[in-house]
Design a binder for this molecule. Structure first.
Ligand code: SF4
Ligand code: SF4
Length: 443
């Protein structure tokens, strides 16, 4: 029987329209907008100014703390300005805007196609290089990767888990990466194992990607790395769900994977680690899926960070006439795009365009106490209660009911027969509760 997590979950239609589309290189735009905060943690500090000539891979903004990340240029050209520019949600963020001139790379980057398997750096050098290269979690969480690799005192890493689940409907960027960059992914996994000092790694993949499972099994030459097929069940790719499914270890409420000896990295992150360590290449491009039922050419693109989202949409045939909503990510966890010229960032795994008839939410009705939201919650929370407590601003009770454990998977909203916007309210509640927790820590 295929492994899975034991509690809750849903089965939304997979709709992986771009699964058979090989990764294409998206042309470099005329100019890029590179935000200095593309990660969880403190924004980085710009180290360039207007008029500076820039190479591909050059440092633009320096990490400003332990939980922060360097930002590098994805293009060569001239810095036009440093300005506040809207991101996909419409929120203005300080960004470096570069006019593109040619495609001249930092000469230290190895641009050869050769897959280098020999890992010469020490554990400490690997972590330092990952920090220098601005690598963050590419599954969407954008947590700085060097932090996850710096194991706190008193904790021990025992197992590395590489997340190749990609359970979010529509998205296929990780699937294509596993098929097309499999050798590099295996080396990236070995590098992460060395950085953690662990003797075991598992690459977890949902069983709806048999070609990726077969390919990775074929290229894997390390008996300490196993490829595990998992049951198709959303949200199989949630860190806690994946750890439970693969190791039967349960991350405690409020805890982290390292509390049970596990460290989880996405397949995209493992590839970025490979490129940083073996090719001296900082993180300045990523694979992005552009998809939707009315999109003329659903596809997977290798995109330079800072490219406008609108440029990818144009490449796939333009915005369909019946567009109702554009989502940064997939339909379960993604967030609405309010500004189409917003840049692709390190966390952009896909853009999903929903037709008008599918993008409308139903009219919100009263809760009928059916308990379906509770049954599908993979964490065991009571989503109807969390929404009510947020509505009534009862934040102390919200915290006591473990709102911060919510992984924002959206299974509750997806299931609710009364179309209650459970996740929207829970997200709102989490923002306030996290502010309260921060303020309490500072007292
Ligand atoms: S409460 Fe959070 S974790 Fe539970 S189903 Fe809803 S979104 Fe997912
Ligand atoms: S699923 Fe909707 S209607 Fe049912 S208990 Fe939850 S919030 Fe209420």
């Amino acid at each position: 029987m295929l492994k899975t997590f034991p509690k809750g979950g849903v089965h939304p239609p997979e709709t992986k329209l771009s699964a058979n589309e090989a990764i294409q290189v998206l042309p470099i735009p005329d100019s890029v907008t590179i935000p200095i905060a593309q990660h969880i943690g403190a924004p980085s500090t710009p180290v360039v100014k207007k008029g500076d000539k820039i190479l591909v891979g050059q440092l633009l903004a320096k990490s400003s703390g332990f939980v922060s990340a360097n930002i590098h240029s994805s293009v060569s050209g001239t810095v036009q300005k440093i300005d506040n520019v809207p991101d996909s949600s419409g929120y203005k963020r300080q960004s470096v805007i570069i006019k593109v001139e040619g495609d001249d790379w930092d000469e230290n980057i190895d641009r050869s196609k050769e897959v280098k398997d020999d890992i010469s750096l020490s554990k400490e050098e690997i972590i330092k290089k990952i920090f220098d290269s601005g690598i963050v979690g590419l599954g969407g969480a954008t947590f700085p990767s060097h932090v996850k690799l710096s194991i706190p005192k008193g904790k021990t890493a025992e197992i590395l888990i590489i997340n190749g689940v990609e359970c979010e409907p529509y998205l296929t960027s990780d699937h294509r990466l596993m098929l097309e960059r499999s050798e590099e992914l295996i080396v990236g996994t070995k590098i992460l194992m060395k950085a953690l000092g662990v003797g075991k790694a598992i690459i977890g993949i949902e069983n709806n990607k048999p070609d990726a499972i077969e390919k990775l099994n074929k290229v894997n030459d390390n008996s300490s790395i196993s490829i595990e097929a998992l049951k198709v069940q959303y949200p199989q790719g949630g860190e806690k769900q994946l750890i439970k499914a693969l190791t039967n270890r349960e991350v405690p409420s409020g805890g982290l994977p390292i509390d049970v000896g596990a460290v989880v990295h996405n397949v995209g992150t493992a590839l970025a680690v490979y490129e940083a360590i073996q090719k001296n290449k900082p993180l300045f491009e990523r694979i992005v899926t552009l998809t939707g039922k009315s999109v003329s050419k659903p596809a997977n693109y290798l995109v330079r960070i800072g490219t406008p989202i609108s440029a990818i949409i144009e490449r796939s045939g333009g915005l369909p006439e019946d567009t109702g909503k554009v989502i940064n990510g997939g339909p379960m966890m993604g967030k609405a795009v309010n500004f189409l010229d917003a840049p692709v960032t390190k966390g952009t795994s896909g853009i999903t365009i929903m037709p008008d008839e599918e993008s409308h939410r139903g009219i919100i009705k009263d809760c009928i106490r059916c308990a379906r939201c509770t049954q599908v919650c993979p964490i065991g929370l009571e989503p109807y209660l969390l929404m009510t407590l947020t509505e009534k601003s009862l934040f102390e009770r919200l915290e006591k009911n473990d709102v911060m454990d919510c992984i924002e998977c959206g299974s509750c909203s997806y299931t609710c027969p009364s179309d209650r916007p459970l996740l929207d309210y829970i997200r709102l509640g989490k923002v306030t509760v996290s502010k309260i927790i921060r303020a309490r820590r500072q007292q």
